[in-house]
Design a protein around this ligand. Structure first.
Ligand SMILES: [Zn+2]
Length: 306
């Protein structure tokens, strides 16, 4: 892709793969038995996903090609949907990295992680402590971290403010618990697993200071830059993207920031406005071409091996 630093290989570290299975799971949570994946997508005003995950993967490849994006991390965004992303990665192993959401409190969590990581196409376990109401220091999490370590996988830990817009639009309850969302909770865990790489999305989504403290103390913690970063409204002093990047670069350095958009559905497709805003901010604060290449793609490619 063309950028202020010339041609650059962009990899997006945060794209939700809203598969047919994802929509079907939401439909099943609606009280009306007549809801289907298609009716749920219709309510949202989104394109209904194709039944075949391979077809959705092909649509994403076409979209990434149109936007000049080399690779994307695809997140299976509801527990139990990891097969969808595994299928996408199997079809296009040079375009996608496979991430999947797991609920560590579910009885089959360890089995799912062992199977998912064991097959090779899934490379990152995504944990949402506030959604599934568990502490990241819970024993049940430890078992999953051991598995992630043995497969050299990444572990994504959502911290901070979390709203699942889809659920709100569908009138589904979101009984989340923010007490489990502080990056500080990850401190002892990241120290206990120094060889495991952890990713905190959205710069900590409101816990920016805590996410930076964690990065300062734990070299195995990375930040993803994804979404519009609306959390900047919670800062005691107004802060813009340039200041966010400046501070994150100051503490975490250019090798631990992973560009992401948080793209998720069609017809919007790849959220290029996020890329434009973030690359503009990086340009304005004067990052070098080498660092821009790392942040906008090189880092995640290095983490996940090419
Ligand atoms: Zn997201």
């Amino acid at each position: 892709m063309q950028s202020p630093w010339g041609e650059i290989e962009v990899a997006d570290a945060h794209v939700h793969f809203f598969s047919h299975g994802f929509f079907s799971a939401l439909a099943a949570q609606k009280s009306s038995a007549s809801e289907t994946a298609e009716s749920v997508a219709g309510t949202l005003g989104w394109h209904a996903p194709p039944v075949a995950d391979e077809a959705l993967a092909a649509a994403w490849v076409e979209e990434l090609d149109r936007c000049g994006v080399a690779r994307a991390s695809l997140i299976a965004s509801i527990p139990g949907d990891e097969r969808s992303v595994a299928a996408a990665v199997s079809c296009y192993p040079d375009r996608f990295y496979g991430y999947f959401m797991v609920n560590p409190t579910a009885p089959d969590a360890a089995q799912r992680v062992a199977k998912g990581l064991g097959e090779g196409s899934l490379r990152c376990v995504c944990l949402f402590p506030a959604i599934h109401r568990f502490s990241i220091s819970d024993e049940r999490v430890r078992a999953l971290l051991d598995l992630a370590l043995s497969h050299n996988a990444l572990v994504f830990v959502h911290c901070g403010v979390l709203t699942v817009g889809v659920r709100a639009k569908l009138g589904l309850p979101s009984q989340f618990d923010m007490r489990y969302s502080n990056p500080i909770d990850l401190h002892a865990v990241a120290l206990a697993f120094p060889k495991l790489r952890f990713v905190i999305p959205h710069f900590g989504a409101g816990y920016f200071r805590e996410a930076l403290m964690l990065c300062d103390l734990c070299p195995n913690v990375y930040l993803d830059t994804s979404s519009s970063n609306g959390w900047t409204r919670y800062q005691p002093e107004p802060i813009d993207l340039k200041q966010v990047f400046r501070r994150a670069l100051d503490v975490a350095g250019p090798r631990r920031l992973l560009f992401g958009t948080d793209s998720s559905y069609f017809p919007r497709g790849w959220h290029s406005a996020i890329f434009e805003a973030q690359s503009k901010a990086l340009g304005e604060i004067g990052v070098s071409a080498a660092d821009a290449r790392r942040i906008l793609g090189g880092n995640v490619m290095e983490l996940l091996g090419g």
